[in-house]
Ligand binder design. Structure first.
Ligand code: ZN
Length: 114
């Protein structure tokens, strides 16, 4: 709770009893109320989901030619050109590149698109 002066909106949620009990035990152990934990979760969820993929919403502000990521199909001002082990060459965003690198499917990073 970062803004204790802001009055909270009271609400009711329904949880499966065992889930509720386990959640309560964990909250007690971590010295945090169930409300605080749920509020943090909801705040994070809303921040991520309120405007869809945040990269997609950069486009109108950038005002430049955009490139579409091969993997996530997000629009970016520039992308990283990579060659896959399969021989396929494609442009991907940095997040997708990181994900591909974990899967070790990238053979070589070729450069950056303008
Ligand atoms: Zn991507």
């Amino acid at each position: 709770m970062t803004e204790p002066s802001v009055p909270k909106k009271r609400t009711t949620i329904y949880l499966e009893p065992n889930l509720h009990n386990e959640f309560k035990i964990i909250c007690f152990r971590e010295h945090e109320s169930m409300s605080e934990k749920i509020e943090k979760y909801v705040a994070r969820y809303v921040a991520v989901h309120m405007k869809g993929n945040p990269q997609l919403h950069l486009t109108p502000f950038i005002g430049k030619t955009t490139h579409t990521c091969f993997r996530c199909e997000g629009k970016f001002p520039s992308l990283i050109k990579v060659k896959f082990i399969s021989g396929l060459i494609a442009n991907v965003c940095s997040e997708c590149l990181a994900s591909y690198k974990q899967q070790t499917t990238i053979k070589k990073v070729l450069g950056v698109t303008e």
